[in-house]
Design a protein around this ligand. Structure first.
Ligand code: HEM
Length: 501
């Protein structure tokens, strides 16, 4: 020790080096990581450009944050939002790469509030082999064509009829988003746990509303002791829901163990008996997060499709013509699997266009699991990336007149005079556009409810347009933060169509 100090006394140069070296190392390391990032601004200290990001989403032009920066820096740029330097991409190839390489080059990354509310065993938070198992199980349970046709369609059909044609009176004003949430939630609870609609499902649904409000709030310890905060209310609601789900799980596990039951009738039965996931906590987290996925997404799509159709009489007329033809078939019409697959080409285009325009998931956050090369930039391990789907869907270079609702853009036009070569070109253009469309994500975390939600939307549109006409009941406008919705839930005044009375 003495020697070391005396060396310092006699070697002022060495002292200088020892003091300067760490500073220099940090400076070079920072410079390296900055140099390797795409161009962009860091904004104000600490908050970065978070306010600009949020205020864009709060305005009528949610894409303005991306548009302005893309113009200055290109399709891949850097900003600083929600406390972190983040790389933004509006390049469809980069986005696809980010989605496909999930689990290898990138890891999904959610705010800690979402992780705490969903639970560590949730499909959204889990990783590795357990995530893989849950994901393929969920895909098989909700987007497999045979399961949808033979097991799920009859419940979807019945519950949508009950919530529309059996419920709506002539001249009634319906808050569409509320009604849509009710029906999609009832369908989900029936499919997951065989529970029928009633007070139990209504109570659960109210609590889900509180949980979702808490998703983008700031988490803090002992939150449940502070129910006057958004996060505190969300945590308490989560605990109430988890308790309700747990009682169903326990009852099912006991039923199977004692031999009282052996029949597998719903998704939770399958999870317990066929997937062998018998731990209560895992089953509860699974059901809990599935209901979150279902609660907010398809119901918003239902609201948006009605809004877009209300504002586009030509699309409305063509859609109605397609469904009247189905209804007036000699066998009495109705919604059948065959009709869904073969008789609704325009409806499918209306749904695709609605999903493109509404951008229910405007993009996904990921974190680099290692140093990653993107478009010649080296993004360091740990850095956050936002792959923006909205920026692609709203880009005029990819979709002509991108801000206009135009379901016909998805139709393969039949032209009798066209050559085989022309026809090939059209097909290529249509599939190019489909390649650019990314409403359900992709790769290992592709939305496992993608086919279920399309089917629900088709059934809903069928009964809506064949049984009712409607007008918007007053002004309403879209908001985009924290999720897309309309301010008033899009109230409509419905009238029974005389032919259906
Ligand atoms: C219009 C309706 C819907 C849209 C736009 C939508 C969109 C998405 C997107 C973009 C993702 C990917 C998230 C990511 O990569 O991090 C996702 C994941 C997910 N979605 Fe959907 N979704 C819809 C409906 C549904 C439905 C009906 C279900 C019910 C089965 C569902 C269940 C899920 C689940 C469980 C995940 C997480 C998958 C995983 O992390 O492995 N979604 N959804």
């Amino acid at each position: 020790m003495k020697n070391w100090i005396s060396t310092l006394e006699f070697e002022p140069l060495l002292l200088l080096v020892l003091l300067i070296l760490p500073v220099a190392v940090i400076w070079f390391a920072r410079k390296r990581s900055r140099l390797s990032l795409p161009p962009g601004k860091q904004g104000f200290p600490l908050v970065g450009e978070t306010m600009q990001f949020i205020s864009a989403y709060r305005s009528d032009h949610p894409n303005s944050f991306m548009d302005e920066r893309m113009e200055m820096h290109g399709q891949v740029f850097t900003s600083h939002v929600f406390g972190e330097t983040t790389v933004f991409s509006s390049d469809p190839d980069v986005n696809r790469h980010v989605l496909q390489k999930e689990g290898r080059l990138f890891q999904s990354s959610y705010p800690s509030s979402i992780g705490a509310l969903l639970g560590k065993n949730s499909i959204v938070i889990s990783r590795g082999p357990y995530h893989k198992q849950l994901h393929s199980f969920t895909l098989a349970s909700f987007s497999n064509q045979t399961v949808l046709r033979d097991c799920l369609l009859s419940d979807i059909d019945r519950l949508i009829r009950q919530n529309t044609i059996d419920a709506w009176k002539d001249g009634q004003t319906v808050i569409l988003h509320e009604q849509a949430k009710k029906m999609t939630f009832e369908i989900a609870v029936k499919q997951l746990m065989s529970r029928k609609p009633g007070e139990w499902t209504d109570g659960l649904r109210r609590d889900y509303g509180l949980v979702i409000d808490g998703f983008l709030s700031i988490p803090f310890p002992f939150a449940r002791l502070l129910p006057f905060t958004i996060y505190g209310r969300a945590i308490r609601a989560k605990l109430r829901i988890a308790q309700q789900i747990r009682s169903v799980v326990t009852e099912k596990i006991r039923g199977f163990a004692s031999g009282v039951r052996s029949d597998v009738v719903d998704v939770l039965d399958k999870l317990l008996m066929e997937e062998g996931i018998k731990e209560e906590d895992k089953a509860v987290d699974y059901v809990f997060s599935l209901l979150v996925g279902i609660h907010e997404t398809t119901s918003i799509a239902m609201t948006c499709v009605v809004k877009f159709l209300t504002e586009n009489p030509a699309a409305m007329a063509e859609l109605r013509k397609e469904h009247d033809k189905i209804k007036n078939q000699p066998d009495g019409g109705g919604f059948t699997w065959n009709n869904y697959k073969n008789m609704m080409p325009f409806t499918q285009c209306v749904i695709t266009e609605t999903l493109r325009m509404s951008n229910i998931a405007s993009g996904v956050f990921r974190r680099c699991a290692t140093d990653v090369d993107i478009k010649g930039f080296k993004i360091p391990k740990g850095r956050k990336i936002f792959a923006s789907f909205r920026a692609v869907h709203m880009n005029e270079d990819y979709f002509e007149d991108a801000r206009t609702f135009n379901p016909w853009r998805w139709m393969k036009k039949v032209d009798e005079d066209e050559t085989e070569e022309d026809s090939k070109k059209k097909t290529a253009t249509a599939s190019d556009k489909k390649r650019l469309l990314c409403v359900f994500g992709g790769g290992p975390r592709l939305c496992p409810g993608y086919e279920l939600s399309r089917l629900e939307l088709c059934v809903f549109l069928h009964y809506l347009v064949t049984s009712f006409t409607w007008d918007a009941a007053g002004e309403d406008s879209m908001i985009f933060f924290p999720t897309i919705r309309t301010v008033k839930g899009f109230p409509i005044r419905v009238s029974h169509r005389s032919s259906c009375k």
